[in-house]
Design a protein around this ligand. Sequence first.
Ligand code: ATP
Ligand code: MG
Length: 384
Amino acid sequence: MNKVILLRFGELYLKGKNKGYFERILLKNIKENLKNFDCNVVKISGRYLVTDFDEMDCQSIIDSVSNVFGLASLSIADEIDTDIKGINEYISNFKTEAKTFRVTVKRADKTFPISSNDYERELGGYVLANNPNIKVKLKNPELELTVEIRENKKTYILTKEVTCVGGMPYGTSGRGLVLLSGGIDSPVASYMMAKRGMEIIGLHFHSFPYTSEQAKNKVKKLAKLLTVYTGHMTLICCPFTKIQEEIHKHCAPEFMITIMRRIMMRIAKIICDKYEAKAIITGESLAQVASQTVESINVSNDAQKTYPVFRPCIGMDKTEIINISQKIGTFETSILPYEDCCTVFLPKNPVIKPSLDKAIKEESKLNIDELINDALEQLEVDEV
Ligand code: ATP
Ligand code: MG
């Protein structure tokens, strides 16, 4: 008998002919996630298995692998040969303190000669014989003893299921460039797109010396926290000070943020070209602040039209975003009190419904191409 961890995947079964591709990437991601543990990961039909691990590592392996996108649930299981006598013997010796139970047989191996229903009844009888105070309860029993008879001629016996993060395997949905601030929302937006399989690279604008080195380090820390899910992350830091000073000097103050956003989008577009990203991601949520009204979003979308802008937080309340941020472990870092480039030169009365014509007219007072080229020459790229 071997102790194994049985991993179940989620939505992959929807993928028809491409299923093999998704399964291969998921296997690679699971192995990468567990690279610091002494263990093996293999794919069997319909499941993955973690085998040959030290029992001392079992909980740490579960904590780690349950964050791999594409996995729906996992269980610690005993693996035995698929042999009626052996399975019967195992179940006959099964002892439990539970007061109610059911046996669930999953017969993926259709050559197994007894139907699931019949075998559930038979195995249930053995449990009753060996545990005098227990009763059968088919709905919501205290204990569900699951017997999975799989095509590899092995049977897996388990009693608990741990929910995993779900989503699609990381790296199967192209690459996206997230505009990563030090706030609460953009790390959540990154997580949500990564969960749908999009590989995330980050772009952070800093306004040194108006913003501190600590503010930049905070963003690096956030990127690092996201690697729990993504494995690795490229973070690009782009200086924004000169651009902000020029907007401040030449443009109507109420358009400060609108024009900043438009320039961020243009720079993001160029970085997408260079890094072969196919979408821009932001943490915007409708109506959260003046720059996140539908009019502001339209004006910012107009600045580049090559790539779609994904805003996964758009329909969420702040409390909902905070809940996710706590769940994924970025909240405590996000609320550290460091300034963001958007808080520098913040106008008293930003336009809430900017007109595109007016924004274009205001920004025409700047030499935008030159400002962007200057900034692009000073990019810092980190692998976190
Ligand atoms: P967040 O919590 O993500 O900072 P926010 O609610 O503070 O969002 P804004 O500051 O208006 O909202 O920023 C909206 C979005 O613009 C952010 O979610 C982020 O995607 C992007 N953004 C803002 N500041 C920066 C920055 N310094 N560098 C990169 N992207 C930024
Ligand atoms: Mg912010």
